[in-house]
Write a protein of this length. Structure first.
Length: 452
């Protein structure tokens, strides 16, 4: 039986003129696309506006952390503190995210040195204060926590500045997120368990800054959820020789459907016509054994992804008077101190993005200094050089048209053990001068102390 499809009703609509038919279809499709784009622009503008309002309503506080002089709590105590911070993870509903603008808030852990005086600080939303203080007091009963004025307020707003100069950079992992850096257990003595603090070198450099020099280091964190575990599981399969398509997007998976169908049909034909080995068993490729080096890497990945993780942005600012500004003292030494936790076979920290430095383009150099300093003050995860001229016009146009430019930004994920290695309070075994500490240990009041 023959089947025919009658398209005469289409030709009758345009009097047999197919060119006119295609033209009308194009106009209709363009009109639908135009309506869709207008709705998309309005919707994304509404969502962005709601998010901006939500973020503008947030109030932040800067807490100064002064540990006792006889502190014996090492990084493992701070690791428990980071585990408590995982509670700030928010999972907004569709209404909360798109209508109310609810979004994830960040916390900034900071180490600063002004004129060689080192101080530990935490910058966080006001409503996180009770949780942060309770978590720290539970680990360090003798610690003093006080509200502090933002030390960044007195810094220059524009560059070039008459008195000060600046260098800054964002640091990130130079390998994939599931691969760990060296952590504090790697620096403990096998028998005595005495910690050789890898960050002592950093504190020594910060303590030797001259009057008129400042170095600011911030670790901006937000909970990573299950992102690290998914990425780590995929990497383990790749190293062990197993197939993993978890990174494929919907388009890639759609393209693979015909290939899978053809494989099924091919296997069916092999079974029907008997194209198999005499033993009746289907040939399978033997799985190659995992090498000792890869086995070590897999164990390291499994250890990292088993712990709570945070998306982390490390930013360094060196600000000094022009007459004493020295990258050798304020920059190279600090970057070198981070090498203590780097490994060649796993992971480490390196410069990911820094201020532009070129004598041929001074305007771009100074603009990059303004941009990174502004990002530091706002405790923003990302920053970019503010475009000018035609670049600024195109950027604003793309934003208005809801066009995403710049691609996906790289995310660096550290687990709580790695964070505790990088950011922890100095212990009594470390000989680091000029760290702000409490002068004495706080004690409980006498039992029979009269109230009136």
């Amino acid at each position: 039986m023959d089947i025919f499809i009658d398209f005469s009703f289409l030709t009758s609509l345009v009097g047999g003129n197919f060119l006119l038919l295609f033209r009308q279809l194009f106009i209709y499709l363009f009109f639908l696309f135009f309506i869709y784009w207008i709705i998309k622009i309005i919707w994304q503008s509404r969502v962005s506006y709601a998010k901006d309002i939500f973020l503008a309503e947030q109030q932040y506080i800067l807490l100064s952390i002064n540990v006792p002089r006889d502190n014996e709590q090492g990084p493992e105590a701070v690791e428990r503190f980071f585990a408590n911070l995982a509670a700030i993870k928010v999972n907004p509903t569709w209404f909360e995210k798109n209508i109310q603008g609810v979004s994830q808030l960040d916390i900034s852990l900071e180490i600063i040195s002004k004129n060689g005086q080192i101080e530990y600080l935490i910058y966080a939303p006001v409503h996180y204060r009770d949780m942060i203080e309770a978590s720290i007091y539970a680990i360090y009963p003798g610690v003093e926590i006080s509200e502090s004025e933002d030390y960044t307020l007195g810094s220059p707003e524009e560059f070039p500045d008459k008195e000060d100069d600046l260098w800054g950079a964002d640091l990130g992992l130079y390998n994939k997120n599931p691969l760990p850096i060296r952590t504090y257990p790697d620096f403990e003595h096998g028998l005595s368990k005495e910690l050789k603090d890898p960050m002592t070198g950093l504190l020594e450099i910060l303590g030797k800054l001259l009057p008129g020099e400042q170095t600011w280091i911030q670790f901006i964190i937000r909970p990573a959820g299950s992102a690290l575990k998914k990425e780590g599981s995929s990497l383990i399969k790749s190293i062990s020789g197993e197939k993993s398509d978890s990174s494929d997007n919907l388009f890639d998976k759609t393209l693979k459907i015909p290939v899978k169908i053809s494989q099924i049909i091919g296997d069916l034909f092999l079974d029907i016509f008997g194209f198999f080995n005499p033993s009746g068993e289907v040939d399978k490729k033997e799985k190659k054994p995992v090498s000792p080096e890869n086995h070590k890497i897999i164990e390291a990945i499994q250890k990292k992804i088993s712990k709570i993780a945070f998306e982390t942005r490390i930013r360094v600012i060196y600000l000094a008077k022009k007459e004493i500004f020295s990258k050798d003292r304020g920059v190279i030494g600090i970057l070198g101190a981070f090498n203590a936790i780097n490994t060649l076979d796993l992971n480490g920290i390196e410069i990911e993005k820094k201020v532009f430095d070129s004598l041929k383009r001074p305007q771009k150099t100074e603009s990059s200094k303004e941009s990174i300093l502004k990002a530091y003050k706002k405790r923003s995860l990302y920053w970019q050089i503010k475009p000018k001229g035609m670049g600024r016009i195109l950027t604003n146009l793309a934003k208005f048209l809801a066009i995403k430019i710049g691609g996906n930004k790289k995310k660096n994920i550290l687990n709580i053990e790695e964070l505790a290695t990088l950011y922890h309070f100095p212990v009594i075994t470390g000989r680091v001068p000029l760290i702000k500490k409490t002068g004495s240990k706080r004690g409980e009041p006498p039992f029979a102390l009269p109230i009136k």
